[in-house]
Design a protein around this ligand. Structure first.
Ligand code: UTP
Length: 297
């Protein structure tokens, strides 16, 4: 029987330079879409997929992130006294069980592959998930859950994949497809940030992975790759070179790149419009804004 995926790594040690100056003191993952920090969406998605152990790879200046997962007795008492029970429940749903969460430091931002490798001892010898919290995915069935279900059939390594315009491929890891089976593709190569004319396809990897412990061993050997960083893509591509299975999974849902300003703003609007209590007011405001823009043009 295949081993259940119960551990997830959340690499949150990046510098977040695209959001400076805000990220001088606020970790990117604490920035909020409506009223929930990015990291909360990632945790909710992991829980829905059956994850029980949450491993954060953090760095200097991320203590707000650790505090966020602590219980908050004063707030809970105040809400209880005020009889605000809905909010109390909401707040409690963000609490993490003792021992479910582990933090490990990446001392230098040497790349995503290096961040994942920092968690090797906590992962041990079992398959694990990796979630990048700045990729937020709105989906009826959470993306990682879709992948865990597919992975139960396939085994091997699996990456979330999404079609992107050819000219944008150079911003992603890109899959070289062996066989396209629709939702699932088997992969014969992966390239990190290829130039638009050398990209092997327009199927890009986004921030959800299910990986085997072998990938950690590959990371042990890998020195720096594209951009001087230790790339996770290279360690997964090494699996293919060793003759083991790697799959791309075309998830159902909409992905927002909340690591970029435009993506973050789009997500804010989309998640705002998805809230019943905000929909009308925000929708009206947006229509008014658009008609004023048209009139001015
Ligand atoms: P990004 O490429 O978005 O980098 O990392 P970044 O530092 O967060 O942001 P910018 O580009 O400077 O604005 C993708 C994910 O990998 C993590 C980040 O925290 C993010 O979740 N990461 C990246 C690390 O944990 N360590 C690293 O050395 C690099």
């Amino acid at each position: 029987m295949k081993k259940k995926i119960t551990k997830a790594i959340f690499p949150v040690a990046g510098l977040g330079t695209r959001f400076l100056p805000a990220t001088k003191s606020i970790p990117k993952e604490i920035m909020t879409l409506v009223d929930r920090p990015l990291i909360q969406y990632a945790i909710d998605e992991a829980r829905a997929a059956g994850i029980k152990e949450f491993i954060f790879v953090t760095s200097r200046g991320k203590s707000a992130l650790e505090d966020y997962f602590d219980h908050s007795p004063e707030l809970e008492n105040t809400l209880r006294k005020k009889g605000n029970l809905d909010m109390l429940e909401e707040l409690k749903s963000t609490n993490m069980d003792s021992g479910a969460i582990a933090y490990i430091r990446q001392h230098k931002a040497l790349g995503l592959g290096h961040a994942v490798w920092c968690a090797r001892r906590l992962v041990g010898n079992e398959p694990f998930a990796v979630i990048l919290p700045d990729d937020v995915i709105a989906a009826e069935k959470p993306c990682l859950q879709q992948m865990v279900e597919a992975h139960a059939e396939t085994g091997g390594c699996m990456v979330a994949a999404m079609e992107v315009p050819q000219e944008k491929a150079s911003a992603y890891g890109v899959l070289d497809i062996k066989e396209d089976m629709g939702r699932l593709v088997s992969v014969k190569g992966m390239v990190e940030k290829p130039s638009a004319d050398t990209a092997p396809s327009n199927l890009a990897v986004i921030g959800r992975y299910i990986l085997t412990p072998k990938v950690m061993q590959n990371l042990n050997r890998i020195k720096s790759g594209s951009g001087g960083e230790i790339q996770l893509t290279d360690a997964i591509a090494e699996e293919i070179a060793q003759g083991r299975d790697v799959f791309g999974y075309r998830f159902r849902g909409q992905r927002f790149d909340c690591g970029s300003k435009a993506g973050f703003l789009q997500a804010t609007v989309a998640f705002g419009l998805a809230r019943e209590e905000l929909r009308d007011e925000l929708g009206e405001y947006l229509s008014k804004l658009m008609s004023m823009r048209h009139a001015a043009q």
